[in-house]
Ligand binder design. Structure first.
Ligand code: GLC
Length: 679
C-alpha cells in the first residue's frame, strides 16, 4: 500500500486500529450493497465517532513529499477510510474505480491548499465557476479537510498546539449549577428552574457536552426527532451558556457540527449539497464494529433526508456562522474562527449560498420550509427569514474570513452581495402606509426597464386585513417577494433579525419596532411572540398549507406564538434603545412559561392556549427565556450580537433593477434609501 507508509496514527484508539487492519475484502467492498439506512449509519459513523482530538497535521518529510499524520481521533476515520477505499477502488470495486487512489495523493499534497480553497469537485469540474477558491478532491466520499496545526520542515516531532485542541479530551465544560457567572447573579426561582432544565437537556458525546436536545418532555411517547440536537434550536442555548461564562459546550458544538458538514458534491439523488449543515444530529450509541460487548458513540446527522416533508435546512449553515461569530465576540477566543478547518467550513457554506443559479436577485432562492418554519407554509422563493439570516451570515463572514489570495475574491463577492441584498430588501420588501398606497395605485403589465411596478403586483392582492391593520407610524418588511406576488404576512423572526443585522435602514428598523408596539395585541398578546401574522384561514389554509392539520389557523407555524422568539425580540429592542419593550414581553412570558411547563408554542389569536401538539420542556423556549433575561441584565453583552449600519457598504455600487439601462450601477441608490428615510 503506497500510502500506508505515509500515514501514521498516533494514540490509536481501538476503533482506529480495527479499521486500519481491514484489508480490501472488508466492509468497504460491500459498500454499494448497503441499504439506505445502513449507508446512512455507515456515513454517520464515517463522519464522527468517539475519541476526538482534532490534531491532524502535515509533516513534510521531503521537500516534495508530505506525510499524512493523524493522532488518534474520530477525524482519523475519514483518512483511514480513504486508505481502504484506495485499496478497494484501485482493486476495481465498481463505483469510483480508480478515483480512490487519487484521494490520498491529492489530500496529501493539497492539504495546505485546503485551507484557502473551497470549491470542490468530485470528478474534474470546478463546481463554483466564480473561482473564489478551488479544491480538487477526487472520489465521492465525504472528506473533511485535515486540521493543519503545524507543518514540519523536517524530522522533528510535531507538536500539537494547545490552542487548537477541541476540548474534547475530557477537559469538558462545567455544566454544574455553580459554574462561572451564574453563581454571582441573583436568579429568580423560575430562572433556577430553567437552568436546571437546560442542563438536563445537554447531550454528551464521548463524555463531552455537544449540544442540547430540542425537547425533553418525559411523558412524550413519540419524540420524533425532538430528541436530537437542532442547529437552529441550539443557538439560544449557546447564548445562555456563553453569557453565563460557559463556553466549552459551544465550542464543542461548533466543531462537531463542522465535522458533520456535507463535503460531498450534489451529484446523486438525495445527497446533501456540499457545504450544507445538517438540520439536526443525534448521538447514538452503537456496538463497536459488530462487537456486542463494546460500544461507541457516533454522531448521526440529518440533512433533511429523514425530516418530515424532507425539508432542506438552509438556515443551519447561516446560524452556524452567526454562532461562530458570537462565540468569538463573547469569549474573546478568536483562535477558533481562525482555524483552518473552521475557515474552510465558512467558505463552504458561503460557496453554497453564493453559487449561481437561474435566479438573478441578490436574495437567496429556497424551497418551502427551509428555516424555522420547516413545513409547507407558502414561504418558498425568497422568504424574509432566510434573507435576514443570510445577510447576517455574510456580515459575520466578512469579519471572520482571513483575507489572502485564496479568499479575496470571496470577500469581494460578499461585499457586493451585502450591498445588493440590503438595497433589494430595503427597496422592495419594505411596506408602510405610504408604500401600500403606492401599490394600491400601481399600473400593471409594464414591459420595460423603467417599470415602476417591477414585479407586476396587482393592487387587488393587497389583503383587506392590511388596509385597516396598518398603524399610522411604522411599517415592516413583507414575508416574500415573487413575480406578481407579495406575501404581506408579517413574519416575526425575519423582521427582528433585519433589525439585529441592520438589514433594514435605521428608520425601517425603528419602524418595525413601532409597528410591534402599536400592534402589541396582535403580535405579542398573551404570549410573545407570534411567528407570523395573520394566520392563513379557510381556502388559503387549504391551498397553501395543503390542509395541514398541524398548521390550522392560529396554531404552530400558522400564527402560533413561539416563546423562543423572545430572545431575538430582546436583542432587537436593546439595539434600538428600547429595552422596556422587551422587559414587558419577558414579564408576560415569565408569568406563564414555568407554570405551563415551557411549551414549544401557544395557539389562538391571543396565544392563550398551550399549542395543540406542542412539546413541553422545549429547550429553546427555556434557553430563549434565559438568554433574554441575561441580555437585559447585560446590555453591553448584547452589543456583541448585533450590527450597526455599515456605511462602507453603501459606497459599493448597487446594480439595481433600474429605470434606465439594463444594469445601472448606482452608488447613490443605496445611500439615498437612508437619506430619503431620514426626511
Ligand atoms: C419544529 C420547528 C423547528 C424546530 C424543531 C425542533 O420542527 O418547526 O423550527 O427546529 O421543531 O424544535
Amino acid at each position: 500500500m503506497n500510502s500506508s507508509s505515509c500515514i501514521g496514527i498516533s494514540t490509536m484508539k481501538p476503533y482506529c486500529r480495527i479499521l486500519t487492519s481491514y484489508n480490501s475484502s472488508s466492509i468497504f467492498s460491500n459498500f454499494n450493497n448497503l441499504s439506505k439506512s445502513q449507508t446512512k449509519q455507515f456515513n454517520s459513523r464515517r463522519f464522527r465517532s468517539c475519541g476526538s482530538q482534532i490534531t491532524g497535521y502535515i509533516g513534510v518529510i521531503e521537500s516534495n513529499r508530505r506525510c499524512f499524520i493523524v493522532s488518534g481521533s474520530n477525524w482519523d476515520q475519514s483518512r483511514v477510510f480513504f486508505n481502504h477505499v484506495d485499496k478497494i477502488w484501485s482493486s476495481g470495486s465498481g463505483r469510483g474505480r480508480g478515483r480512490g487512489s487519487l484521494v490520498i495523493s491529492h489530500v496529501a499534497s493539497d492539504l495546505r491548499n485546503l485551507s484557502t480553497t473551497t470549491s470542490v469537485d468530485s470528478t474534474t469540474n470546478v463546481v463554483n465557476e466564480k473561482g473564489f477558491e478551488r479544491i480538487y478532491i477526487q472520489g465521492g466520499l465525504n472528506l473533511k479537510p485535515l486540521v493543519i496545526e503545524k507543518v514540519e520542515d523536517g524530522h522533528g516531532l510535531v507538536q500539537e498546539e494547545e490552542s487548537n485542541r477541541v476540548g474534547l479530551d475530557g477537559s469538558g465544560v462545567s455544566i454544574d449549577d455553580d459554574s462561572k457567572g451564574l453563581g454571582e447573579r441573583k436568579v429568580s426561582e423560575i430562572e433556577e428552574e430553567a437552568w436546571t432544565l437546560l442542563r438536563n437537556a445537554v447531550v454528551s458525546y464521548c463524555g463531552n457536552p455537544v449540544g442540547t436536545v430540542a425537547a425533553n418532555d418525559p411523558v412524550d411517547k413519540q419524540p420524533l426527532n425532538y430528541d436530537q440536537v437542532f442547529i437552529r434550536d441550539f443557538v439560544p442555548s449557546a447564548l445562555a451558556f456563553l453569557l453565563n461564562g460557559e463556553e466549552e459546550i459551544v465550542k464543542n458544538f461548533l466543531l462537531h457540527t463542522l465535522q458533520l458538514q456535507s463535503w460531498e458534491k450534489t451529484v446523486d439523488c438525495y445527497s446533501p449539497g456540499q457545504g450544507l449543515m445538517p438540520a439536526s444530529f443525534k448521538v447514538r450509541t452503537v456496538p463497536l464494529d459488530g462487537n456486542e460487548e463494546a460500544f461507541e458513540d457516533v454522531l448521526d446527522p440529518d440533512f433533511g433526508e429523514s425530516a418530515i416533508g424532507r425539508v432542506a435546512p438552509v438556515d443551519s449553515g447561516l446560524w452556524w456562522i452567526i454562532l461562530l461569530r458570537a462565540y468569538g465576540k463573547i469569549t474573546g477566543d478568536y483562535a477558533l474562527q481562525e482555524r483552518v478547518d473552521v475557515q474552510t467550513g465558512i467558505r463552504l457554506i458561503l460557496n453554497l449560498c453564493l453559487a449561481d443559479g437561474f435566479d438573478m436577485f441578490p436574495t437567496l432562492l429556497v424551497t418551502d420550509g427551509s428555516c424555522m418554519i420547516d413545513r409547507r407554509m407558502g414561504i418558498h422563493g425568497h422568504p424574509l427569514e432566510i434573507q435576514a439570516l443570510f445577510y447576517s451570515a455574510l456580515r459575520c463572514s466578512r469579519e471572520m474570513l482571513i483575507i489572502n489570495d485564496g479568499t479575496k475574491n470571496l470577500v469581494a463577492a460578499i461585499n457586493n452581495r451585502l450591498s445588493a441584498l440590503s438595497f433589494h430588501i430595503r427597496e422592495y420588501y419594505w411596506v408602510d402606509m405610504k408604500k401600500i398606497n403606492e401599490i394600491y395605485r400601481y399600473k400593471t403589465e409594464e414591459y420595460s426597464m423603467d417599470a415602476t411596478n417591477k414585479f407586476n403586483i396587482y393592487p387587488d392582492q393587497i389583503p383587506s386585513w392590511l388596509v385597516d391593520w396598518f398603524p399610522e407610524e411604522g411599517g415592516y418588511l413583507i414575508g416574500n417577494l415573487q413575480p406578481a406576488h407579495m406575501d404581506f404576512r408579517f413574519f416575526t423572526l425575519g423582521n427582528l433579525w433585519a433589525i439585529v443585522s441592520s438589514l433594514g435602514t435605521p428608520q425601517q428598523n425603528d419602524g418595525i419596532l413601532n409597528l410591534i408596539e402599536a400592534k402589541w395585541d396582535d403580535l405579542v398578546a398573551q404570549m410573545p411572540l407570534k411567528i407570523c401574522y395573520p394566520a392563513l384561514e379557510y381556502e388559503e389554509w387549504r391551498i397553501i398549507t395543503g390542509s395541514d392539520p398541524k398548521n390550522t389557523p392560529w396554531s404552530y407555524h400558522n400564527g402560533g406564538s413561539w416563546p423562543t422568539l423572545l430572545w431575538q425580540f430582546t436583542l432587537a429592542c436593546i439595539k434600538m434603545g428600547r429595552p422596556e419593550l422587551a422587559q414587558k414581553a419577558v414579564s408576560l412570558a415569565e408569568k406563564r412559561l414555568s407554570a405551563d411547563q415551557w411549551p414549544e408554542y401557544y395557539d389562538t389569536r391571543s396565544g392563550r392556549f398551550i399549542g395543540k401538539q406542542s412539546r413541553l420542556f422545549q429547550t429553546w423556549t427555556i434557553a430563549g427565556f434565559l438568554a433574554s433575561k441575561m441580555l437585559l441584565e447585560n446590555p453591553e453583552k448584547a452589543s456583541f450580537l448585533f450590527w450597526e449600519e455599515d456605511y462602507e457598504l453603501l459606497e459599493t455600487c448597487v446594480c439595481a433593477l433600474n429605470k434606465s439601462g439594463r444594469k445601472k450601477c448606482s452608488r447613490f441608490a443605496a445611500r439615498s434609501q437612508i437619506l430619503s428615510n431620514e426626511k
